[in-house]
Design a protein around this ligand. Structure first.
Ligand SMILES: NC(=O)c1ccc[n+]([C@@H]2O[C@H](COP(=O)([O-])OP(=O)(O)OC[C@H]3O[C@@H](n4cnc5c(N)ncnc54)[C@H](OP(=O)(O)O)[C@@H]3O)[C@@H](O)[C@H]2O)c1
Length: 230
């Protein structure tokens, strides 16, 4: 059985990813910061629930301890939790605190969770960590395509960092595969439920990577159509 943890999985893409991975035979733990929302989602999915606020060291440590007591190893960690606070206001109007709020979830959250779960990941035969990033963090996409019209001054840098974290960890830890994915623009609460894709399509890239097993590559950035230019 493949043991999989997905952060921020009580709704949106994380929830949909959990549903598909359970159907694919994974034993899925969904992390949620709010126990009520998490338990309701887990019951609906037939998943296991662990309280996990990616901005809170104690919560992340407790979640890691809880899974250690239940599981011998973790095969797949999906760093999915993310926020887009700050929105599209001009970057010059944002303060360090605004950036800190976004980075605490989208960047430091990945570091906190990955660090805490490394012992469980190292115990797996072919461990894999997937950072749910965004095309809005792609330098190519933001400078060479129509996406450049999108201005999300805290979110874009945070997602560029999320992608680069996957590359950096991949270099540091060759025994674990680290990759980043772009779900593509998908209707969820984070964007006021706008976007041209179905939620299912928004999970294609992450589900594909999470089900490759020993064939999982490392240090890649992909969406449902293939490689995303950095
Ligand atoms: N939808 C898109 O178009 C799109 C495109 C590219 C990338 N993404 C990325 O996809 C990921 C999932 O987003 P989504 O679209 O599914 O949005 P969503 O529906 O708003 O889901 C975000 C999830 O993250 C959780 N979360 C937020 N802060 C957290 C924290 N401190 N600790 C733990 N969980 C936390 C939320 O929990 P609460 O319910 O408690 O708030 C929620 O479960 C994000 O990383 C997002 O940046 C989305």
């Amino acid at each position: 059985m493949t043991n999989t943890l997905i952060t921020g999985a009580n709704k949106g893409l994380g929830f949909a990813t959990a549903r598909r991975l359970i159907a694919a035979g994974h034993d899925v733990w969904i992390g949620a910061r709010d126990p009520e929302r998490g338990k309701i989602a887990a019951a609906e999915l037939g998943a296991r629930f662990v309280q996990l606020d990616v901005t809170d060291d104690a919560s992340v440590e407790a979640a890691a301890a809880s899974l250690r007591s239940e599981l011998g190893h973790l095969d797949v960690l999906i760093n999915n939790a993310g926020i887009n606070a700050g929105g599209s206001v001009p970057g010059t109007d944002l303060t360090v605190d605004d950036f800190r709020t976004v980075f605490d979830v989208n960047v430091f959250g990945i570091v906190r969770v990955t660090h805490a779960f490394l012992p469980l990941l190292r115990a797996a035969p072919a461990p894999s960590v997937i950072n749910v990033s965004s095309g809005l963090g792609s330098f190519h996409q933001m400078t060479e395509t129509e996406w450049g019209e999108w201005v999300v001054p805290a979110y874009s840098p945070s997602k560029a960092a999320a992608t680069m974290l996957a590359v950096s960890y991949a270099k540091a830890l060759p025994g674990i595969r680290f990759n980043a994915v772009d779900p593509g623009w998908t209707p969820t609460d984070t964007n006021g439920n706008t976007g041209p894709q179905t939620v299912e399509e928004g999970t294609d890239a992450v589900v594909r990577l999470a089900t490759l097993g020993p064939d999982t590559p490392t240090a890649t950035f992909t969406d449902r159509n293939g490689t995303v230019p950095w």
